[in-house]
Ligand binder design. Structure first.
Ligand code: NAP
Length: 276
């Protein structure tokens, strides 16, 4: 499994596992745990979750999936912006730790910019880090201006990643955020790399046909070809999990990439950061 380093030196797989919409129905829980376990067994040893997902239910699913292999998994979770005050962040982290059944979250993110001063959230993150309850911290859904404000508050070393919407149909970050992060050797985490399963185009089918791959695999391979990007597709279907792992080995050549550029053009101007 190809790895990517965070600025603090920790290495994670370039391909992880998302969990949004997991933990919502008791009847699906065993299948969701199984899907995550299959992903872990295939080397996708980074799991992304959040207190928001299913009101904590997704963190419980993750807890079940990692119970006997916690030390081999890199867990990312997120605090909701309205909880991200100095005390609120600590309380939210404790609740996430309980649901995850662990004593530490490897990477803790502010889910999106919110009402509390960044300095409060950063101070809370630093305290949690000093206490060993989180391994590092970062942000999500921050555009360049917000990243610059965060950097002024937390320092250059004060952010391991920005988790943002990125896929073939959402390329705005290539204009400024991705180069900004690259300059700092800070990987971005691409969420919804499959546009939640909605990406369809005959060019994806055509490239897929040549490589014995599905359209979704081609779309994921395209995200994964960027060395500064970690992708975290969510899949509850075991076949999707296996297909996503296989996408890491699909090589897109220059011709494939220019075909894709024609249909899904890169940005030619600044676009406001898109969010889901
Ligand atoms: P996504 O990963 O782009 O798409 C998930 C959908 O695609 C599911 O319906 C899944 O179906 C389907 N799928 C997965 N693999 C497939 C394959 N190989 N072929 C065909 N369909 C496939 O969307 P997402 O869940 O929004 O994003 C991924 C993760 O990013 C989330 O789960 C979450 O952890 C994170 N996220 C973060 C934010 C944020 O604000 N920070 C926002 C959105 C998402 P099945 O489940 O049936 O397999």
């Amino acid at each position: 499994m190809r790895e990517i380093n965070f600025p603090d030196g920790r290495a994670v797989p370039a391909l992880g596992l998302g969990t949004w919409f997991m933990g919502e129905r008791a009847a699906s829980r065993a299948d969701e745990v199984r899907a995550l376990r299959i992903g872990l067994d295939h080397g996708m040893r980074l799991i992304d979750t959040a207190e928001m997902y299913a009101d904590g239910g997704a963190e419980e699913v993750v807890g079940d999936a990692v119970r006997d292999c916690r030390d081999d998994v890199f867990i990312v979770s997120k605090v909701l912006p309205h909880n991200a005050s100095r005390n609120g962040t600590a309380a939210a982290c404790e609740a996430s730790l309980r649901r995850l059944g662990t004593d530490r979250i490897d990477l803790y993110l502010l889910h999106w910019p919110g009402p509390h001063p960044m300095a409060e959230t950063v101070a809370a993150f630093e305290e949690l880090k000093a206490a060993g309850k989180i391994g590092g911290y970062g942000v999500s859904n921050f555009d360049v201006e917000e990243m610059e404000a965060w950097e002024r508050t937390a320092g250059v070393a004060g952010c391991q990643t920005d988790q943002v919407l990125y896929n073939l149909s959402r390329r705005g970050i290539e204009w400024d955020l991705l180069p900004w992060a690259n300059e700092r050797n800070m990987p971005l985490m691409a969420y919804s790399p499959l546009e939640q399963g909605r990406l369809r185009h005959e060019v994806l089918d055509e490239i897929g046909r040549q490589k014995g791959a599905s359209a979704a695999q081609v779309a994921l391979a395209w995200v994964l070809r960027n060395p500064g990007v970690i992708a975290i597709p969510k899949a509850s279907d075991p076949e999707h999990v296996r297909a996503n792992r296989a996408a890491l080995d699909i090589e897109l050549d220059d011709e494939d990439v220019s075909l894709l550029n024609r249909v899904f053009p890169p940005p030619d101007a600044k676009r406001a950061l898109e969010v889901l």
